[in-house]
Design a protein around this ligand. Structure first.
Ligand code: C2O
Ligand code: CU
Ligand code: CU
Length: 511
């Protein structure tokens, strides 16, 4: 039998020789971070200035630095305006925003606005490379419902390492609904962003980039907002946690150690129509969830990750981290102030398509491919008319976990194998976990932005899979517009680095 890895090596994918049995994950059932020792850092809100033209301007410098992810250890990391992660960008719907972004890294990178409805030339995908020492100045007007989005690098073939080294930031969009609803909304006080990631370290404290599994780098240390072993001091009896799974390949199944129920109020693209009560929720790489949890004065609870439940047909679940249990963040209540209960009704979401609508496109996820093909920067996979509503059918036809992310839009899950989605998947999504052998029908609208030159991406957001070509691209065209895609000279198109260590050893990194 030809191994999958061997077969893919023949397709110019760097072979990941010898890692199958050597996952970086801890032994099943183990838990780290048992002694929560340091207060959770809250990413600062980014400074911005609004000029006479009404445009809100931000500046980002992408830089190298040193972080104390582990107490007492110095780790070389990358960050936006700092050593790791980035400031939280915040803007209101209908505001115009503009950025001056400088790349002070030793490698080219990009800045992608994950979840943002944005003109294709500003999307920050692999076509918008910022050269070493270069500057990029995207600008657009925000027009989407309030949500927690995020920004991260998207360089072709090197996204996993750039994110792993620390490049991730949050982008809060506010609107009239979230401005007026009585939800916890004091940033860093009762409205807490949590960027959850997994990392591995060498003996000297450097980030260990070796030995990705078939789902990518799996760490044995859970890092929240840039540190391991965090605790959060809670001051109100309800706290809103806005969670981003910023990991490469690890999927979390979030729950509290006493199995208490919480309310899910929002997903990737904003609020649900109504809160839904759950005691655990799964979050795959790139996905976000917003939950509200209630505490009593003086108690301590632990946010944990439990073994993954959605694992039908998953091959080697243990090697993919599916059996792992982790402590993530301890919540320490003091004397708590009372807060208002979560409103019964949060927002309205008009349905984009009826169940059973015939799909415009179908996508089969398998190996490192979508519909049997790997990403080619110079191949446009589809052209889509602007202002059209699309129904896409996505099937994970594999025994690996995958998810599916689409740029520019928030989509709705119309049905899953013909059934209505569960409440947790009934809101706006831009990234969706796909369990093997299920078919997910998605509806989305490509409004307003057309561009004959710059494409948008769709891809698996397990970053190793994305880097290995599990991605495609489409143009959104205005009526009568002819496709004129840009061409990228990609020397060799050889998907550099993953598993071979070549990217990680480039001069300048860790030094
Ligand atoms: Cu979060 Cu194409 O990316
Ligand atoms: Cu994206
Ligand atoms: Cu995948």
């Amino acid at each position: 039998m030809v191994s999958r890895r061997g077969f893919l090596a023949g397709l110019a994918v760097v072979p990941l020789a010898g890692c199958a049995a050597r996952s970086g994950a801890p032994t099943p059932g183990s838990a780290t971070n048992a002694s929560a020792t340091r207060p959770l850092p809250i990413p600062p809100l980014a400074a911005s200035s609004v000029g006479a033209d009404g445009v809100r301007r931000f500046t980002l410098d992408i830089q190298q630095g040193t972080s104390e992810i582990l107490p007492g250890k110095r780790t070389a990391t990358w960050g936006y305006n700092g050593a790791i992660l980035g400031p939280t960008l915040r803007a209101e719907r209908h505001e115009s925003v503009a950025f001056t972004i400088r790349n002070s890294l030793p490698e080219p990178t990009t800045v992608h606005w994950h979840g943002m409805h944005v003109p294709a030339r500003c999307d920050g995908g692999p076509h918008q490379t910022i050269a070493v020492g270069g500057t990029w100045e995207p600008a657009w007007t925000i027009d989407q419902q309030a949500a927690m989005l995020w920004y991260h690098p998207h360089p072709h073939g090197a996204t996993e390492k750039h994110v792993y080294r620390g490049l991730s930031g949050l982008f809060f969009v506010d609107d009239e609904t979230t401005d007026t609803l009585d939800l916890p909304k004091e940033y860093g006080v009762d409205d807490i962003p949590l960027v959850i990631q997994d990392r591995r370290f060498t003996a000297s404290g450097a980030l260990d980039e070796s030995d990705p599994t078939d789902v990518g780098l799996l760490g044995d240390t859970i890092v929240v907002n840039g540190i391991a072993g965090a605790h959060l001091d809670v001051r109100t009896d309800r706290v809103r946690l806005r969670v981003l799974n910023g990991s490469s390949g690890r999927i979390y199944n979030l729950a509290f150690d006493d199995h208490r129920a919480f309310q899910l109020i929002g997903t990737d693209g904003g609020l649900l129509t109504a809160p839904t009560t759950l005691s655990n929720i799964q979050v795959s790489p790139g996905e976000r969830v917003e939950i509200v949890v209630e505490l009593r004065s003086d108690e301590r609870i632990m946010l944990r990750s439990l073994p993954i439940e959605q694992r039908r047909n998953i091959d080697r679940a243990a090697a993919f981290g599916f059996d792992d249990t982790f402590d993530i963040l301890q919540l320490r209540a003091g004397k708590l102030e009372q807060s208002a209960p979560v409103p019964d009704s949060l927002t309205t979401i008009p349905a984009l398509a009826a169940p059973g609508t015939k799909p415009d496109y179908t996508f089969e996820l398998k190996w490192f491919m979508i519909n049997g093909r790997q990403m080619d920067m110079n191949r446009i996979d589809m052209t889509i008319p602007v202002d059209s509503t699309q129904v896409w059918s996505v099937r994970n036809n594999d025994n690996w976990p995958h998810n599916f992310h689409v740029h520019d839009v928030q989509f709705q899950v119309v049905d899953i194998d013909g059934q209505a989605p569960p409440p947790a998947l009934a809101g706006w999504k831009d990234t969706l976990y796909t369990e093997p052998q299920f078919t997910y029908r998605l509806a989305m609208r490509f409004a307003q932005h057309s561009d004959p030159t710059y494409p948008y991406m769709f891809h698996c957001h397990l970053l190793l899979h994305e880097d290995h070509g599990m991605m495609g691209q489409f143009l959104v065209l205005a009526p009568g517009q002819q496709a004129a895609p840009m061409r990228m000279d990609m020397p060799g198109m050889d998907m550099p680095g993953m598993g071979s260590g070549t990217t990680g050893n480039k001069p300048g990194h860790h030094g």
